[in-house]
Design a protein around this ligand. Structure first.
Ligand SMILES: Cc1cn([C@H]2C[C@H](O)[C@@H](COP(=O)(O)OP(=O)(O)OP(=O)(O)O)O2)c(=O)[nH]c1=O
Length: 186
């Protein structure tokens, strides 16, 4: 019986390592699917669930953790940008406003799934066009929901946050650990 992180995200891996947890990494391979009309919370939860079940099907005896992070502005869901233009567009949408970062977490153990969605509010400073261009040119936004990384140079865009910081980076560590403990997996 092992703990498996069903994610290719180096940030999620680093957080679990920092907590001294022994685990293996086995990223989900499939393309995640979203249904039109889903509420943002459902998007985060369903995507985490899809990743976790995909890996759990290959490792039925293990405990599998899946996660998915989205940025939500009003009712709009921002995932990872496809190119630099889309990254710049996302950042100009977020400029001067408060958005929510939602991470869905799904844990599968003994053939059953347990999950939650953690939300953190993030307020951005007003960004100039030049600031956005320079940031996009660093390449940092490309593999991140909402086109920024609060843990990297993106920290300079953020005026403040309300809630769990680790949730913004992609894994709400404290709540996940509590769930794993409740399930007797830690
Ligand atoms: C908002 C924000 C997101 N992110 C990252 C966290 C996630 O890795 C990524 C969102 O993409 P996800 O689809 O949640 O995860 P992933 O594609 O990196 O990994 P996998 O699907 O294999 O689990 O955005 C940051 O690193 N910093 C931030 O400030």
């Amino acid at each position: 019986m092992a703990l498996i992180l069903a994610s290719a995200s180096p940030r999620r891996r680093d957080f679990l390592k920092q907590m001294g947890i022994s685990f293996r990494v086995c990223p989900a391979r499939g393309e995640e699917k979203i249904q039109p009309g889903w509420h943002p919370e459902e998007v985060a939860s369903h995507l985490a669930k899809q990743k976790a079940w995909e890996v759990a099907a290959r490792h039925p005896k293990d405990t599998v953790i899946g996660a998915d992070t989205i940025v939500v502005l009003g009712s709009e869901v921002l995932g990872k940008p496809k190119d630099k233009e889309q990254a710049a567009r996302m950042l100009s949408m977020l400029s001067g406003k408060t958005h929510q970062v939602m991470t869905g977490v799904w844990v599968i153990t003994g053939g059953k799934g347990y999950g939650f969605v953690q939300k953190t509010e993030v307020k951005f400073y007003h960004l100039t066009g030049l600031e956005i261009k320079r940031y996009v040119d660093t390449g940092e936004p490309m593999d991140k929901a909402g086109a920024y990384g609060i843990q990297g140079m993106g920290m300079a865009l953020v005026e403040g946050i309300k809630g769990d910081y680790t949730n913004v980076v992609g894994l709400p560590v404290a709540r996940l650990l509590r769930l794993l403990r409740e399930l007797g997996q830690l």
